[in-house]
Design a protein around this ligand. Sequence first.
Ligand code: RVP
Length: 500
Amino acid sequence: MAFYYSEPSHTFSEYLLIPGYTAEDCVPANVSLRTPLTRFRKGEEPAISLNIPMVSAIMQSVSDDKLAIALAKEGGLSFIYGAQSIESEAAMVARVKNHKAGFVVSASNLTPDSTLADVLALKAKNGYSTVAITDDGTANGRLLGIVSSRDYRVSRMDGSQKVSTFMTPLEKLVTAPAQTTLKEANDIIWEHKLNSLPIVDADGRLLYFVFRKDYASHKENPLELLDDQKRYLVGAGVNTRDYQERIPALLAAGADVLCIDSSEGYSCWQEKTIAWVREQYGDSVKIGAGNVVDRDGFLFLAKAGADFVKVGIGGGSICITRETKGIGRGQATALIEVCAARDEYYRATGVYVPVCSDGGIVYDYHMTLALAMGADFLMLGRYFARFDESPTAKVMVNGVYMKEYWGEGSNRARNWQRYDLGGAGKLSFEEGVDSFVTYAGSLHDNVEISLYKVKSTMCNCGVKTIADLQKNARLTLVSATSIVEGGYHDVVLRSGSQIK
Ligand code: RVP
């Protein structure tokens, strides 16, 4: 006879936190959200920790290099999507690693033979007003000059005029050598009242620009997630098919951590993939695995050597796995059981394997609940898809700005490696939808507000760290009737009132 769980499985919205005693120093400013990303032994530090408990989903519509840079700036980490060629995934990873905080690889480049019309077309296309003029028109060619909006007047000049006639030539530019630090660059910018400072190597090749505004942003982001060479940390998704080719390429590009991307991770394929990584690289390469929804799945992957384990099947906002296949589990119930297994494994072995709650976060308070239930960090798709930095188009739908967001199991993504079990080599049926999410502005502004809410709730619970929240949180299931009580009720909203 089949096994039946005696309890129904629950989602986040069915739980609430009960406040604890709040001491005087328990204020959001004193809360640390630092959390382990990879496994560690009792008494040791994890090889990688996050400064905020957020990672972005391994999805085409979420995690490219642009989002990865924006999120690392806040203290979190992106896993660049794996459903693309090995070369292009590795190139995205390399772009994040080459983006020295505050040092920007030039995005707008032309040759001296280009025309004013070319400058204007480039500006219209990418919005940048500083164009590097190099011998070959590439970002790392020999620097010959710069064109900024101060160098031309559209009303007085002909579009066919050559760049060489109006650019600010190299001899009139202030430049700095390769080893310049961000602090030194900023001093030069202020001393010479510059908007941008080109960093040039010994052969005169352009390496980066430092922009005045980027230095300010660096100072504003003390939680930036950097490696020992002050480069942003970045993760990358891998699959259980082409890992022997993909993983070396991603590591060569500089990936700091990998994650096996699969809708269901309690499988021999994940075990084989991790075993291969251990054979090739020992413990030096970090790789997470998943997704699972129960104790057995967690213990299997922890024993296989996963550096972290992801939890969640069917709870993603774009996911229809439960409808199409009838598998999955309420995210809260899955998380609570897996986190108990993680603690059991830690007690038995002295090895802590962090747990990631993946999918189904709708409200900011769900983040706090997931952490209280034991998650060490959260993977978010829909949340990040709404921001300027996500890779998808911003479109107007019925008078409202939206961003596109589609599941990896949708026909649009065709990520068959994530779903196919038996070597069919194709997406046999859809497990995800193609959708829109409401555009929400910049990642920085949103993450700041969401995490301020998380910290405030933690203070209500009397804790200042995630570890203490996991230990001390008290949670209660709520009845359907009290869920109604939790929203506004028995009032008539004034027009314009907004519920978030
Ligand atoms: P959400 O944050 O609720 O949008 O969920 C994102 C998660 O959904 C991803 O990290 C992944 O685990 C899952 N996903 C991605 N694509 C699909 C699908 O097409 N079914 N599901």
